[in-house]
Design a binder for this molecule. Structure first.
Ligand code: GRF
Length: 196
């Protein structure tokens, strides 16, 4: 059974999709803890399933590296096989990434390498892209630059607001994230060979 720690920053709808899927013992992966950088609303999904949560706020530390060390210690306490960034809106320093990668994956709401960074949906709209989507990738030390694991596209509609487009992307994103974690659990996807 693949054990997974999920990190979130917000509403946690991707987390909820993973929790619902992994609640089935036949899925092959289980979420063992959920962490956040703030008291995020999405932590309630973990509490609903009786899964432990932790919050490590960067504001409590005088450097990103020290914050990341404590975040990493909280994660390592649960000895996960995989860490999933599911809407975790912080850039992680090299000490954190090198300790976990390639068993550290992120979901990003664009077809990378297009529109990396924290405003991917807005940037796709501003660029008048006709298609955007979602990318799940191994996290490396850059911002949304790691090797791609899976992608799915979503058309941009003429009347789309940022909210509407992001909500349509998230429907596809949740499915792709669940399918990707399943493929990692069943060894259809081998992260170390992707990272080379
Ligand atoms: C997702 O689209 C994720 O890719 C992005 O933020 C969103 C988080 O949504 N970085 P949720 O918190 O899982 O609902």
């Amino acid at each position: 059974m693949l054990s997974v720690v999920v990190l979130i920053s917000g509403s946690g709808s991707n987390l909820k999709a993973l929790l619902d899927a992994t609640d089935n013992p036949l899925f092959g992966a289980k979420v063992v803890a959920v962490g956040s950088d703030n008291p995020a609303d999405g932590l309630a999904h973990a509490e609903h399933y009786g899964i432990p949560t932790f919050v490590v706020s960067p504001s409590a530390f005088d450097s990103r590296e020290k914050w990341a060390e404590v975040l990493l210690a909280n994660i390592n306490h649960f000895k996960p096989d995989l860490v999933v960034l599911a809407g975790f809106m912080r850039i992680l320093p090299a000490n954190f990434v090198s300790a976990l990668s390639p068993n550290l994956i992120n979901t990003h709401p664009s077809l990378l390498p297009a529109f990396p960074g924290g405003h991917a949906v807005r940037d796709a709209l501003n660029a008048k892209a006709s298609v955007t989507g979602v990318t799940i990738h191994v996290v490396d030390e850059g911002v949304d630059t790691g090797p791609h694991i899976a992608q799915a596209s979503v058309p941009v509609l003429a009347e789309d607001s940022e909210y509407d487009l992001h909500e349509r992307i998230k429907v596809v994103e949740r499915e792709l994230l669940v399918a990707t974690v399943k493929d990692i659990a069943t060894k259809k996807i081998h992260l170390p060979s992707l990272a080379k």
